[in-house]
Design a protein around this ligand. Sequence first.
Ligand code: NAD
Ligand code: IPM
Ligand code: MN
Length: 357
Amino acid sequence: MTKKVMILPGDGIGPEIVEQAMAVLEVVSGKYHLGLSFEQGLIGGASIDAHGEPLTDETLKAAGECDAVLLGAVGGPQWDTLAREIRPEKGLLKIRSGLGLYANLRPAILYPQLADASSLKPEVVAGLDILIVRELTGGIYFGEPRGIRTLENGERQGYNTYVYSESEIERIARSAFEAAQKRNGKLCSVDKANVLEVTVLWREVLDRLAPEYPDVELSHMYVDNAAMQLVRAPKQFDVMVTGNMFGDILSDAAAMLTGSIGMLPSASLNENGFGLYEPCHGSAPDIAGQGIANPLATILSAAMMLRYSLNMGEAADAIEAAVSEVLEQGLRTADIYTEGCRKVSTAEMGAAVVAAL
Ligand code: NAD
Ligand code: IPM
Ligand code: MN
């Protein structure tokens, strides 16, 4: 039995953190006889530099033929002036859409050792364990028409379209209901149904499906309130489900509850359980090349990959336990550093997780 993983390091800190996650995967592969093999590919600015586009059709096809994909991050100032269609971020959107990865799971879990690293009071975040289910292949990110046009008076106007069809809402809602069933049975759907028709429909579909999941308690919340509640009393949430853009924003806010954006992993799944795994953060150009980025979100994404796509739950548990162990040892990258701990580099953190395994 061998399982092939497509590795897409990307840009900025991407290659630095993916290197650590691969080292961890190689160790668990040996220890648990997983037979993992890797194929490297280019995405984002790295692909633009090599091929003139942020994701080639060949790489997309090769990724889809692997058993799972592990991605670092894309983007950087050197590509920000390119035409929108060929910017690094388009590569990410292309792989998500091209592989049908509509269900983005972003778990925000506070490791108890990091209670002091959170910007919120320890008692507000202690025991935090929430799951944000973000719709990833629709909404305003993909809606047509979109663009920048010139009006009759010569002024330019930018426009995007926020659309969701019932079937798109239904499938992400089902992912969220099912996730809530496996957790604490609470689902909060986040929308802007007081203003936007698209989310009036969103709310209707959630309500229509709710009776099929009698063991899940469904509630609704407006996104502005949800942002506030996330920093006021985040432990009221179990699973949150929302559209593409709201989910993007709320998950970065939730990340800080766990101590750092460098702690938040993600899984992006299609209807067959095929998945792409990546940290929620970006390429962090401000610290790229310094060897100080936190690799744990990527290492935890690799654990999610083993659990969700490769049916290797035991190895996933082992990685998560090893992460907990290194935090227990007091090792901290700069983003989660607090007084009395030992500040380590990206590579030292990765090596410590490997050693703990
Ligand atoms: P970012 O997430 O890259 O960085 C925001 C802040 O968090 C920075 O100060 C950065 O140093 C810090 N940070 C992020 N990850 C960290 C880690 N692992 N360890 C320590 N600190 C970390 O967001 P940004 O600055 O808004 O965007 C930078 C680039 O990344 C842009 O080109 C953007 O489009 C892209 N981006 C890509 C992804 C992705 O690939 N999934 C996600 C977000 C942003
Ligand atoms: C993320 C990122 C991406 C998004 C960008 C880089 C396209 O912010 O993965 O959260 O908005 O989805
Ligand atoms: Mn984001």
